[in-house]
Every structure is written in C-alpha cells, then in structure tokens.
Design a protein around this ligand. Structure first.
Ligand SMILES: [Zn+2]
Length: 335
C-alpha cells in the first residue's frame, strides 16, 4: 500500500504529503471544506474554493497553494493534479504521480452526476485508487438527484397550500446551497439559517450566486425554511411547521428520526454503491483502497467484481512467495 493510515489520517509513504489530515500537518491536500476533512495546516493544497471555504471554518492558514483542476504542480519530485469531485463547491480529487510513474488517486468525498453548484466529477486514470466508501454497501442506491428534488419541491408546495411551513434540514456547506438552487429552479423561495447564509455569501464571492434570504426570525409568504440538522437551530414561534431532512441516510428506516424530522428525502452528495463500483472500474486501477463508512463492505464487493481491493484498515497478508493473499478483515470505523 503506497500510503500509511495514521492517527492524523492518510499520508503518502516516503513523502511529507497528507491527504485530508485531521490534525495540523506540515503539508496536506484538502479535498473539500467539510469539517471532517480540514485542519489548520501549515501548508494547504486545494482548489481556490476549498481554501476559501476552509479558512472560513478554521481561520487563516499560513501558506495556501490554490490549484485549478487539471493544472499539474510539482511538490518535490511528485506531480499533483486536481480533478473535480462533484460533492460541494471546489471539491477535488488529487492524482499524485511518483517519479517511478506510479499514479495514485485520492478521491476525497465525491458524487457523480450533475450539480448546479459544484463541478461534475471526473474519473482520473490511475494505478492505485484510494476512494471514499461512506455508502459502500449494496443496499444504498440513490434515485436520480433531479427526481428527488422534484419530490422535495412537491412536498414543500403541499404544506404551503395547507398553511404549514415546510422546513428543510441540510448540512450547511454544500447540500444547502445546492438545495436552494434546485428549489429556486422549481420556483420556490428559501429563507436560510445564518450559518447557511454566510456560506452562501462565500459561494457568491466565488462566482456561484445563491438565491436565498437570511432568516431573521419570521418567514415571508410562500417561503421554505432551510436550517442545519441540529435541534438548537430550529426556528421558533413561526406557526405550524413540517420538517424534512435531506440525507443519503433517508434510505434507512431511522433516517428521519435520527434528525428529529417528520420525513427524510434521499438527497445525497456522496456516491451510492453502484456508482462507487462503476468509478473503481472506470479508473483502471490495479489496486483499490477504501476508506470511511462501509469500507470493508465496498472492498469485499469490489473483490467479488474481480478487482484487487481492501479497506485502508485491513492488513495485507503476504504468503511465502510474496504474493498478496486475501486481506484479513478488521473492523473499520463507521460514520
Ligand atoms: Zn464531504
């Protein structure tokens, strides 16, 4: 395995390069600005959008290296290139080419298909693919994004007609901005919690205008509320309310309950199982390493498809002749 899985996260072997280090690192590639992928590094490499959004969250970083998609950049004897990942504005995968020509792709979080507020994910060719596996279990198959937003919009209209305020619950970075634009495209107006509004203003600064008003305690006629999925942020004293959480976990029976919502819609900014398998195949990788969520299950699924795959937490067993045998499964962290 060309990477080490350490306490602070994933690090390239034999080089001072981390991938989404969770603790302050000397040099880290940052795939996107979700809180479980960022820290206040000495030197952070990412897209201009990610570096802007992450500094909104962790404060100013000493040295930032903004890279455009597909713009090769040398870090010592390594060549780095970023590719779009869908997911949220600025999200990127990185391809590291070593001096021996071996190409390693780290996907970060990614999601295929079209977004209104993020660049559509590409599949970079590589030899080793390190891919996220949040929804890496065969039970996760998401309906098309446009279809789910049609259903969300219909649910909102139905409640507005009944005099009930529809309130959507979504993570403040990425899913909220995409949802606002998807609802605007369906003729609905949104009043958003201040944390969502602040990130939306950054999106606008970065050239992606977001069409929502900041919620100041009251709703205007016909407005849909949009709030982070935490109880403390819910609007109070605004009359009858119906809540819907937007999450890939909507496919689970507990999807709505966990967020304290009335219903859940499967709006996800991750790849579902079939997309993960298709992505691994299309990359041409000879070795696939899975991490996050259902890492063991995805690795097992990829092996059934004939790919050489294992979870980052699995140790590879070598037989007497140095041939790789089936990895020994170990428990992986679930999020
Ligand atoms: Zn993410």
């Amino acid at each position: 395995m060309p990477v080490d899985w350490l306490k602070g996260g994933l690090k390239l072997q034999g080089a001072a390069l981390w991938f989404d280090a969770r603790r302050q690192a000397e040099v880290s590639f940052v795939s996107h600005a979700h809180t479980d992928h960022i820290a206040r590094h000495a030197r952070a490499i990412g897209t201009r959008e990610t570096l802007t959004l992450m500094q909104h969250r962790v404060g100013a970083i000493d040295v930032t290296v903004p890279l455009a998609y597909r713009q090769p950049w040398a870090l010592g004897d390594l060549t780095l290139e970023l590719f779009p990942a869908g997911h949220v504005l600025g999200a990127a995968q990185v391809r590291v080419t070593r001096p021996d020509g071996h190409r390693i792709v780290y996907t970060g979080d990614f999601s295929p298909g079209a977004f209104l507020t993020a660049t559509r994910a590409e599949v970079p060719d590589c030899d080793t693919l390190i891919m996220e596996s949040t929804f890496g279990h065969p039970k996760y198959r998401f309906p098309p994004r446009e279809q789910v937003y049609d259903e969300v919009a219909a649910w909102c209209r139905r409640h507005l007609l009944q005099g009930v305020r529809p309130v959507l619950l979504a993570y403040s970075l990425g899913k909220s901005q995409e949802s606002i634009q998807q609802l605007a495209a369906r003729g609905l107006k949104v009043a958003a919690h201040e944390s969502i509004h602040a990130i939306s203003a950054l999106y606008a600064d970065l050239g992606v205008p977001i069409d929502a008003r900041r919620f100041e305690g009251t709703f205007e006629a016909g407005e849909v509320g949009l709030f982070p999925p935490f109880k403390k942020h819910r609007p109070r004293d605004v009359g009858p309310v119906a809540t819907a959480v937007l999450t890939g976990w909507a496919l689970e029976a507990w999807g709505a309950r966990r967020a304290g919502a009335d219903v859940a819609f499967p709006v996800s900014d991750h790849a579902d199982y079939p997309s993960l398998v298709a992505f691994a195949r299309a990359s041409g990788a000879r070795e696939v390493i899975t991490l996050f969520g259902f890492a063991d299950e995805l690795a097992a699924g990829l092996r059934r498809e004939g790919l050489f795959a294992r979870a980052v937490t699995e140790t590879l067993q070598l037989d007497l002749f140095g041939q790789a045998a089936a990895p020994r499964p170990r428990r992986s962290r679930r999020r």
